[in-house]
Design a protein around this ligand. Structure first.
Ligand code: ADP
Ligand code: MG
Length: 632
């Protein structure tokens, strides 16, 4: 078989020497195939086609030196080269070996007769070297895999003491190789997991099996992180366990996402319960309140009864206030169609103005101080939202922050924009929250401030922010402070400036107002409100009624209950408005659940939205904004 033969190439121009070599090989080794070329050029051509196992070259050749067959710049010598020289010369020998030849010999009788042995030795050593090289290379590849892989790897000895950790481990934990060597991996333990997990792990791997599971560990920075791990025993040739290797993946992000999902699912189902309770409760309160007022009217003269009744009345008002906050927690969909553009920085300043007098008084009473830092409020886009609701959000968060600093501290605000989002961070230097409290702080009725706390502040914040298609999250460290982060949707519409009730003068009008509403009480209420302010009001209880009246009379303002029953599609209303010389301002009256989505299909554009139950100071502001520019 030609293939299993050892290929030897002889590069030699002296015919007598060629003959001698041929003879030697023919005698001793029939497994050798000897090819002969007579100069360097032919040798190179030959080497392009074949890779011999061994090349024997004369040092002096007609067109150069035998050693020139090995190009100097190649790191790896492709074949073993034996150089034969007529005269032995130490300097030449050193040079030849340096340049990669495996041996240098003088052409002599002795060498010639030894040639089979010399060749055999060269081939054996070359083979061994190659195998070692291969292993060396494999080790290099494996080690760079371990160095660069995105899993952290820990190798311990049989008793669990660390012998090696890879750079990813250092990147995640903050502990270097030197800091980790010799330690037991339990030095990372957070104490958050039950000891059973570790026992189970040791039992499994000591019995020679692979263990899979998760850990919650602590970094050098004391931050917690989660990882999933596969730990396997490593055995020697005899099958005895010598090491353990743990391959771990950081799953903290994943865990957080899962937790968030769980949190939002939990709050969603709580929302359903709360919504039901709020609704039922409200009905009961309305009855109690109604009868208390009714009885109060008829027993004006019996002072004892009157006091009792007014207490009942007051208590049901308090109840109604709680119900309102419970309703705030319930996220209603599709409400974004009622949003306005809000300057969030201005809203923050207003909320501070509104709250600070009370807190300054408390601080003065206790001899402490609060600092408010608003330096980091950046110029950001307006956000889509309902000003009164967003104000409620800020007020709740600020109140909590101040309550968390019973010995004074700093309240700081930051705002920034990113893409189509606006972020607001509100930080305090207060007592901070445990992880448990952070997880539950948005639950309705969760409070650590018994008995004053209702636990409805942050749940209202959550509901309102969700309704604004936003996100709210918390970051906190016990004893250091808390930050509440709000993420809101940006808008490029211009902002109506928010006017605080104080600056309103009521010198507007008289306006002609049309109220389209089928609820008798609401009509009466609005009639009273507008009449008292000197405006002229007309009420109709249907859209058709409104269409008729609008054809005949001029109005400055039309308030429409979008949830009006009956009356078909009401498409005529749009047509009438379009046909008027001067379109009146239009206000939609909606109920807190925003159930009336059908108005959208009418293409009727509203100027503002009025939520039930009415907040008359809010309505005064709106009218002021809409009509103070009248005629300009
Ligand atoms: P309440 O203020 O009535 O207790 P909230 O819903 O406003 O209810 O807040 C719920 C709980 O969250 C509080 O009782 C408190 O434990 C915690 N909390 C909220 N904000 C902070 C804060 N800034 N610092 C520390 N704890 C807070
Ligand atoms: Mg609160």
């Amino acid at each position: 078989m030609e293939n299993s033969k050892t290929l030897v190439l002889l590069v030699e121009d002296k015919e007598n020497h060629i003959e001698s070599v041929r003879k030697v090989f023919k005698l001793g080794c029939e497994r050798i195939r000897l090819d002969v070329v007579r100069n360097l050029a032919d040798a190179r051509t030959h080497l392009k086609k074949f890779t011999p196992h061994l090349v024997i070259a004369s040092y002096v050749l007609p067109d150069g030196k035998g050693i020139d067959l090995l190009s100097t710049h190649k790191a790896r010598v492709p074949f073993p080269l034996l150089v034969l020289d007529k005269h032995g010369d130490t300097e030449v020998a050193v040079d030849v070996i340096k340049r990669g030849a495996v041996d240098y010999r003088v052409k002599s009788e002795q060498t010639l007769s030894d040639l089979p042995h010399i060749c055999e030795k060269i081939l054996r050593e070359w083979g061994e070297n190659r195998a070692q090289n291969r292993i060396h290379k494999q080790i290099l590849v494996l080690s760079s895999v371990i160095q660069q892989i995105s899993y952290s790897i820990i190798i311990t000895d049989r008793s669990g003491d660390i012998e090696y950790v890879n750079p990813k481990f250092t990147q995640i934990t903050g502990y270097t190789l030197e800091e980790s060597i010799g330690k037991n991996p339990r030095f990372l333990k957070s104490g958050k997991l039950s000891p059973n997990i570790y026992q189970d792990m040791w039992k499994t791997i000591m019995s020679g099996k692979e263990w899979r599971g998760g850990f919650c560990n602590r970094k050098k920075s004391s931050e917690l992180y989660w990882e999933s791990a596969i730990i396997s025993p490593i055995r020697d040739r005899e099958g005895a366990i010598t090491h353990f290797v743990a391959v771990k993946e950081d799953i903290t992000e994943q865990k957080r996402t899962e937790e968030k999902l769980f949190q939002s699912e939990k709050l969603k189902s709580l929302g359903i319960v709360v919504s039901g309770i709020a609704h039922e409760f409200n009905n009961i309160l309305a009855i109690i309140k109604g009868y208390a007022q009714f009885l109060e009217m008829y027993h004006q003269n019996e002072s004892e009864l009157k006091v009792g009744l007014s207490t009942i009345s007051k208590a049901s008002d308090d109840g109604a206030a709680i119900v309102r906050r419970m309703k705030d927690f319930v996220t209603a969909d599709g409400s974004s169609m009622w949003f306005e553009s809000v300057d969030i920085n201005e809203l923050i300043k207003h909320s501070i103005d509104y709250l600070m007098p009370k807190w300054k008084m408390i601080a003065r009473g206790k001899g402490i101080g609060y600092k408010v830092d608003m330096k980091s409020l950046k110029d950001v886009s307006a956000v889509k939202g309902t000003p009164s609701e967003l104000r409620e959000v800020l007020i709740n968060i600020i109140n909590n922050a101040l309550e968390a600093m019973p010995n004074g501290g700093t309240l700081s605000f930051r705002s920034w924009g990113k893409g189509k989002k606006v972020f607001v961070a509100i930080s305090d230097t207060g007592r901070g929250m445990s992880e448990e409290v952070q997880k539950r702080m948005f639950d309705p009725f969760f409070t650590t401030r018994m008995p004053e706390g209702t636990g409805l502040g942050m749940s209202a914040v959550y509901g309102i922010i969700k309704r604004h298609n936003g996100e709210v999250s918390v970051e906190s460290q016990l004893g250091v402070g808390s930050t509440i982060l709000l993420e809101l949707q940006a808008t490029h519409k211009t902002v109506h400036s928010i006017i605080s009730p104080r600056s309103i003068n009521d010198e507007i009008g008289p306006l002609y107002v049309l109220v389209v509403e089928d609820e008798q009480e609401t009509c009466q209420l609005l009639d009273k409100f507008f009449t008292k302010k000197g405006h002229n009001v007309k009420c109709v209880n249907s859209r058709n009624g409104a269409v008729e009246l609008l054809k005949k009379e001029k109005f400055d303002l039309v308030l429409i209950n979008v949830a009006l029953k009956g009356d078909g599609e009401g498409g005529d209303l749009v047509k009438v408005f379009d046909s008027l010389d001067k379109r009146p301002k239009i206000g939609f009256m909606i109920d807190w659940r925003d159930k009336a989505k059908f108005m959208k299909s009418e293409h009727l554009k509203e100027d503002f939205v009025l939520r039930k139950p009415f907040d008359f100071s809010e309505l005064s502001i709106t009218i002021h904004v809409l009509f103070s520019n009248l005629g300009k």
